[in-house]
Design a protein around this ligand. Structure first.
Ligand SMILES: Nc1ncnc2c1ncn2[C@@H]1O[C@H](COP(=O)(O)OP(=O)(O)OP(=O)(O)O)[C@@H](O)[C@H]1O
Length: 685
């Protein structure tokens, strides 16, 4: 018999070849899974008593004949009658084929999935495809179908011994590489490794008399009952670890696993593993593998699981994920959304459970878990809400706290005068050591926020926590990190301020892309004389800009690092500097001061006498004198400024104080540092 494949559009084959080109290795997956399906169906029929014959050894065999240039996939499943071939193979029964092809022409996978074209994917690599099949139904006649890639096919009755189906592909000249054993074996391992029916490819080999020889035994490439298909109660911890090693042979063992098992409102099984995360997201090479009834589909699960969960490893198997559709469609699919949020919930539940049952273990593994958890909190609102209960803060003493516990800990001592709770943190325990120490000496607790995502996390927590702020320990002098009452006033005259600023800023080392602002605080005789701090807001802006770049943020990125040199006016050493240097500086400034004062007095007197007078009533001479006074005043101011800026201090004590403060902030480096050491030795003598 001869006939035409029932496609209303001219020809489906060019479409298959053209649009599926990039993915054409999937033909093997499609044929082997059809063979497995046919075998499973037979087992089902047997189990309900509808098939009474001998089942025999049920396996699927893949074989390659290099001479004939064929690949054959054989099964002992239900087989097909000629009528069934007619119905399932010949009638690619879709209406409006042209419209359909038009719509999906850019999305090859959608074509296969939508219309059960799995079998036809064979034509991506073949110039001719044959089916030899004998149905399990009693009294059936075997059939042979052949088609060479145009709509014409032949279908005839033949003699065949055993039940089942052989699909024979005559590989076309462009695809001869598929005849290599290594290629087929690679594809079978990729797509068929966990199929539920044994898949044989060639024979097992063994070493005999120094060479490798084939044995009689089939080489079975798959594991028919992978761990995720079993009941969690039937598995031990080491079974999970062993399965992880099968999936990712080169990897370190994972931290925890989650066994997923859902049958309503969708079907999903799988095992997810928490890997040992290094502090770097990019390094997570092991991907979650997605299966559909144990057939591997893809390892790019973006869109199916939330982004942060792609850090996990393992397997998800669901027949309910529409696999053969485009990614953009996937993300809007209701089922996929449900699956995604279900997985998120399961992951959170599992973390919560471990936290509750074994907090010690949870804390021990925290460093490996936190990147993942914080990533989740930042990117998924629902996950944030769940994670609130188990996420941990770690302080600079390596102690762990939940949000609640930490709040209780700091509530009494770290609330400022406006009622804000101040969370102090450091992002480098070594560099910020002296600031951490100062804060701890004041009875404050300091969090360690040294993770990759912590800058963002701090920002998020500030938004979430009511009346709370996060303040880095080095962002202000310890006395002002948490402002509890109004600070005592700094008692300095303008002139004193000016000369002290000059004294200190003239002694600051010149650092690249760094600027210092001298400020004054009265923090008591006991406190440090000088402290270098870095403004929290500016620092965060710069950090953000370093991470994001571009736009508004790059404006901050361009700015120099800005530090405050806080001068404690109540400290005796500062007072001494003030006295010493002030007298000298003020003495130099005095003539200008006197001049300015004199001009001011004269100006005030003139202004007073002009009060109530009209412009024309003021003598011309006086007007001119006023102008002259203004001119002289600004000249005197300029000269004074020049004196201030040229004022040279040569006070090793001042420099020593500054360097000490810089040292505490790790800003003293290189030559400045060695000079400091030399000077210290000098001063000690
Ligand atoms: N090895 C086989 N044994 C028995 N029947 C088969 C075999 N291969 C294919 N068939 C029949 O041909 C039909 C069409 O197969 P095809 O692979 O094109 O689509 P499908 O399996 O229904 O869908 P898809 O492959 O897209 O999941 C199958 O549903 C099945 O009835």
């Amino acid at each position: 018999m001869k006939g035409n494949i029932g496609v209303t559009s001219d020809n489906i084959f060019p479409v298959i070849k053209k649009f599926l080109y990039s993915d054409h290795e999937i033909f093997l997956r499609e044929l082997v899974s059809n063979a497995v399906d046919a075998t499973q169906k037979l087992k089902t029929l047997a189990s309900v008593g509808e098939f009474k014959g001998e089942l025999g050894e049920l396996k699927v065999t893949v074989s390659v004949d290099k001479q004939k240039k064929t690949i054959t996939v054989s099964d002992r499943g239900i087989g097909m009658t000629a009528e069934e071939i007619e119905k399932y193979i010949n009638q690619i029964a879709f209406s409006g084929a042209e419209e359909f092809l038009d719509k999906y022409k850019d999305d090859a996978n959608a074509i296969i999935g939508h219309f059960g074209l799995g079998f036809y994917s064979a034509f991506m690599v073949s110039k001719q495809v044959e089916i030899y099949t004998l149905s399990h139904k009693e009294g059936s006649k075997a059939a042979h179908w052949s088609c060479n890639g145009d709509p014409e096919y032949t279908l005839e009755e033949i003699d065949m011994k055993g039940r089942g189906t052989d699909i024979v592909l005559h590989i076309d000249d462009d695809n001869l590489d598929f005849l290599e054993d290594a290629k087929i074996s690679g594809l079978l391992t990729k797509y068929c490794k966990f199929l539920p029916i044994p898949i044989a490819f060639g024979k097992k080999k063994e070493w005999k008399d120094g060479k490798e020889v084939e044995t009689e035994e089939d080489n079975i490439i798959n594991e028919v009952a992978p761990a995720w298909t079993k009941k969690p109660s039937d598995l031990k911890e080491e079974d999970y670890t062993k399965f992880y090693q099968t999936l990712y042979p080169m990897s370190e063992d994972p931290l925890f696993h989650i066994h997923l098992n859902v049958d309503y409102p969708f079907n999903l099984t799988g095992i997810l593993y928490f890997p040992k995360v290094k502090n770097n997201i990019e390094l997570q090479r092991n991907k979650i593998q997605l299966y559909c009834n144990q057939v591997f589909v893809t390892d790019s699960v973006e869109g199916i699981v939330p982004e942060f969960l792609t850090l996990l490893h393992g397997v998800i198997d669901s027949p309910d994920i529409p696999l053969n559709v485009s990614r953009s469609y996937l993300q809007s699919d209701g089922n996929v959304k449900k699956i995604s949020s279900h997985i998120t919930k399961k992951v959170a539940d599992r973390l919560q459970e471990i936290f509750k049952n074994d907090r010690t273990q949870f804390e021990e593994k925290w460093d490996s878990l936190r990147l993942f958890i914080i990533y989740g909190m930042l990117s998924d609102e629902k996950f944030y809400e769940r994670a609130e209960k188990f996420v941990l803060f770690k302080n600079t003493e390596n102690k762990f706290f939940t949000f609640e516990e930490y709040k209780t800990l700091i509530k009494d001592n770290q609330t400022d005068k406006e009622g804000n709770l101040i969370y102090l943190y450091a992002n480098d325990a070594v560099e910020q050591h002296s600031y951490i120490q100062a804060a701890r000496d004041k009875g404050y607790d300091v969090l360690l926020m040294d993770g990759q995502l912590d800058i963002h996390w701090v920002g998020q927590l500030e938004q979430k926590f009511e009346k709370s702020r996060f303040v880095r320990v080095d962002s202000d002098i310890v006395e002002k990190l948490i402002r509890k009452s109004d600070e005592p006033k700094v008692e300095l005259s303008d002139l004193q301020r000016e000369s002290l600023t000059t004294v200190f800023s003239s002694q600051l080392p010149k650092l690249d892309k760094t600027e210092f602002i001298v400020t004054f605080e009265n923090i008591g005789a006991e406190a440090q004389p000088l402290v270098v701090t870095q403004n929290e807001f500016m620092r965060r802006m710069k950090e953000m800009s370093a991470m994001q770049g571009g736009g508004m943020m790059s404006f901050y990125g361009e700015m120099p690092d800005s530090y405050n040199l806080v001068v404690n006016t109540a400290h005796p050493l500062v007072d001494k500097v003030l006295k010493d240097e002030e007298t000298k500086c003020i003495a130099e400034l005095a003539p200008f001061e006197a001049k300015l004062q004199e001009l001011k007095t004269r100006r005030d007197a003139l202004k007073e006498s002009h009060k109530g007078k009209k412009d024309e009533e003021i003598p011309q001479a006086e007007k001119e004198e006023l102008e002259a006074i203004d001119k002289q005043s600004s000249e005197a101011t300029e000269s004074k400024k020049a004196v201030v800026s040229n004022y040279a201090v040569n006070n090793p004590e001042v420099r020593q104080l500054i360097d000490l403060a810089l040292l505490a902030n790790n800003l003293l480096k290189g030559e400045a540092l060695s000079n400091f050491v030399k000077r210290s030795i000098q001063l000690m003598k």
